[in-house]
Design a protein around this ligand. Structure first.
Ligand code: IDC
Length: 525
């Protein structure tokens, strides 16, 4: 019996060894198969590889073989591209678009991107990152919402605008980036302007939160070069390719009172530093010194002409605004308006970037019938010269009653839009409802003037209401122009009263409204 037990014990032990061996061989095959699969995927998706001697943080790595770990390490890299640079006071400014790809199986954390730079490099702005120059190196580090790059994902939309001595120095910035993860180095990759990101898939929650902060990506070429003649399709503005387009910009104050801001550098600042594609030229008609009330007509038309030409040279869209206000009813100065728009539309008939706003804000007892009959006299005059230009028609109650206009729109013409204006600390849900009602009934609405303080153009800012307005604006592709380009001592002015510069303002020289509007247009808040 004892011998039998020993025999059974030996057989059992042998069986265990055999089962163990078979399991080991099978596991080895599976691992090989896994390696082959990983390799195949990598060959398909990774076109540029990086260094081999680093570690990616993450507990997953603890259980992997050296070979697997190396495979993961090779899949982390930084990409620096640019599709926009411009001449700036004899130097070259440009935007670097930066992304970090993590094709490994582990998160990466605490990343830093380093780019060697010359002494003269100046950082003009940056977003979705922190950015400093230290010891000849541009160091880009995360902000709190994008410090982790999830496995198998790309963190995009890190942007830096820099000014350097010349174009070749700028191009050089794209060739020498290094990604550091917990102090260990990965060489970067670069691509020139033609290398658009191909992978648009949303891959991480970080990325989604970053996207909410993503600035409108500046394009190479001017807005007009890219989008050309605009038209109205349904409730939307569309560009020359029929693609939905949003005009985002700023309005002058009355050009009679703040003529110094009608200058090319000023408009270029809004285009290049604010991401704006639109300038509105507000020419008051009835206030003291306005076009129909003692203003020097030739001088004012000269300012309009300068403004249109600067905007045109910069490839921006421009609104010529017949800024009625204390005249209440556009019928009051209608004959002047007809002459003015006859002359303007003849002069700019070949300018496909000019938009005509024929009555800023009807108010007082002015009815939609009054406005409509005025518009029906002015529109055909413009149409003779500019058959397709966008024309914006004001609406009663300081351009709030778009819902009323929507019940009885102007017929027989294309490319007509209707003005809705708001001052966020005064105008809230009820005016937003009017805009929504108008849009629902198919009326194209243009927010050709607004601010975030109260309706006097002064008083406290209401950021909460401003956010609600911009939810409505951005979810409906509404175009807008923020009031006003001046340093007048009132909340709606974009420049601080203490600043007399008329272009290239630092953030510290902008008013609170100015800081907010710049970020809003750039899409970084
Ligand atoms: C205001 C200016 C202010 C100027 C006044 C003249 O901000 O400096 O003294 O006009 O009446 C509008 C008008 C716009 C107003 C603005 C703020 O279109 O001309 O500008 N506003 O009151 N509609 C609602 C508010």
């Amino acid at each position: 019996m004892k011998n039998n037990k020993v025999l059974i014990g030996i057989i059992a032990a042998l069986t265990l060894v055999i089962v163990g061996l078979v399991a080991f061989i099978l596991a080895g095959d599976k691992k090989k198969a896994d390696d082959i699969t990983t390799q195949a995927v990598d060959n398909e998706t990774t076109t540029v590889n990086t260094s081999e001697s680093n570690e990616v943080e993450g507990s997953d790595l603890d259980t992997t073989t050296t070979e697997e770990a190396n495979q993961q390490k090779a899949d982390c890299y930084v990409t620096v591209t640019s599709n926009n640079n411009w001449e700036s006071n004899g130097k070259v400014s440009g935007q670097l678009d930066i992304s970090i790809t993590n094709n490994s199986d582990s998160q990466i954390k605490n990343w830093t991107i380093e780019i060697p730079v010359s002494d003269g490099l100046k950082v003009d702005s940056f977003w979705n990152s922190n950015c400093v120059v230290e010891g000849g190196v541009l160091k880009i580090t995360p902000v709190e919402y994008n410090s982790t790059v999830e496995k198998s994902s790309t963190l995009k939309d890190i942007g830096v605008i820099v000014t350097v001595a010349n174009k070749s120095e700028f191009d050089g910035l794209m060739n020498e980036s290094t990604l550091l993860v917990d102090g260990k180095e990965y060489s970067g990759t670069s691509a020139n302007s033609s290398a658009e990101e191909k992978d648009d898939e949303k891959t991480t929650t970080e990325k989604e939160s970053v996207e909410a902060q993503t600035p409108a990506k500046p394009e190479s070429g001017t807005p007009f070069e890219n989008h050309g003649k605009l038209s109205v399709k349904g409730v939307d503005i569309v560009d020359k390719n029929g693609t939905m387009y949003q005009l985002k910009g700023v309005s002058t104050h009355g050009i009679a009172w703040f003529p110094d801001y009608v200058n090319k550098d000023c408009f270029q600042t809004f285009r290049d530093d604010w991401g704006a594609n639109l300038i509105r030229l507000a020419m008051y008609t009835h206030e003291n010194g306005g076009y129909c009330n003692g203003g020097d007509k030739e001088y004012l038309k000269g300012l309009v002409d300068d403004g249109v030409n600067y905007a045109t040279e910069l490839g921006m869209y421009v609104i010529i605004d017949w800024h009625i206000l204390h005249d209440l009813n556009p019928q009051v100065n209608k004959e002047e308006a007809k002459k003015f728009f006859e002359e303007m539309s003849a002069k700019y008939k070949d300018y496909d970037n000019v938009i005509y706003e024929i009555c800023n804000e009807p108010n007082g007892g002015t009815t939609w019938a009054d406005v409509k009959s005025y518009a029906e006299e002015v529109i055909p005059i413009i149409r003779k010269n500019a058959p397709d230009a966008i024309i914006i028609v004001g609406t009663p109650n300081w351009s709030q009653d778009v819902d009323i206009a929507a019940k009885d729109p102007i017929t027989g013409y294309d490319n007509i839009m209707y003005a809705a204006h708001f001052y966020a600390a005064t105008h809230t849900d009820s005016i937003r409802n009017k805009v929504q009602t108008a849009l629902d009934s198919g009326l194209p609405v243009f927010i050709s003037e607004f601010s975030i303080c109260d309706a006097s153009g002064n008083g406290a800012i209401d950021y909460g209401q401003a956010d609600k307005w911009f939810d409505l604006i951005n979810s409906n592709n509404l175009s807008y122009a923020g009031w006003n380009i001046s340093n007048k001592d009132e909340t709606s002015s974009l420049i601080k009263a203490s600043c007399s510069k008329t272009s290239w303002w630092d953030e510290s020289e902008l008013s609170e409204t100015g800081v907010w509007l710049r970020k809003t247009i750039l899409g970084i808040q």
